[in-house]
Ligand binder design. Sequence first.
Ligand SMILES: [Zn+2]
Length: 389
Amino acid sequence: MIELLFLLLPVAMAYGWFMGRNSIKQKDQIIKQDLSIKYSTGLNYLLSNQKDKAIDSLLEALKVEDDSVEAHFAMANLFRKRGELDRALKVHEHLVRDGNLPTKDQQQAVFELGKDFLSAGLYDRAEKMFNKLLKSDGYGLKSLNYLLQIFQSTKDWQQGINHKKQIIKLNDKRLLHTLANFYCEQATSAFEQDKFIDVIELLEQALNLDPNSCRANWLMAKIYENHKQCELACKCYQDIYHQDKDFFPDVIEPMKDCYQRLDSSDDFYAFIKKVYDETASSSALIAYLSFVEEKHGQVRAKEFMLSALKRRPTIRGFKHFVKMEMKHTGEFENKASLDLIKELISEYLKVKHRYSCRNCGFNSQIHYWSCPSCHEWEQLKPVRGLEGE
Ligand SMILES: [Zn+2]
């Protein structure tokens, strides 16, 4: 009998193993069934437009299986795109709370949550999220970009400057350009308080970060002008031309004043002639014409103007031509009609935009250092073409 029991022992073990395996399979099946029920319930809710219930159902499913993470990111981003921020937040917060996600997914969830907070205008919370990712390889640079965007919105320039070390380390051109503008903002405040030394120091920092910052050179020129260091101011204005030709028309007038104060008008006209030859800008043309008129007389100036207008017609150039005609015309000849034409052109130009953003196309009559539409720095420049430069 005992032998029989020994003989049956392997059979009992095999039976136990078989039953155990079946029970695991059954458990797996139950979990899968549960998961698919939650998913289908979620989808049903989604189709019947009961989004909040759908989110709850789908989030429940996530607890069971992490393979669905990508689907949740896609769903949350879709909500954010549609402006349904509370729903996007709910999904991303759920992902952030899930302790079982791989690091890469966990970081993505934190990053996306930061973007949700930013879209909702909750800057302090967004800042917290992006700060968590500063050391991450995949999200460090992107997070720093968003952080600077937050500091720009809150005008907290110093906070941005506190990240200088990391920005220099990353050596990203756009970030360096942004930070240079943060320094320029501080320099502008110092300039308004007439803190000469502070302005120079801040602008030097800006130019170290971005040697091509027209704004820093412009402010530098202004401060030199205010302190009667016109030679240095002229050098800054020339630098602006070499850095950004599109930007230059706006500095022609102050540059002319500086050269005049140095009693070097001839040097100014030589420079402006070069500018006109290279860019055909109408502001450079108008500035140069007064020199031609002074040196070679009105007839020569008019001839020069006509050939310039033929070469590149602009409304501003034509307005100046009418002005020249009015000077030459006697009291009774066509004066009234020329006056009328000039008035009409002035009115026309008044409704036209002087500046356009090279990044997003935003137009404005006033100049802004940061575009009010896309928030890029130093992108608003004088309009080119028939109605502009
Ligand atoms: Zn823009």
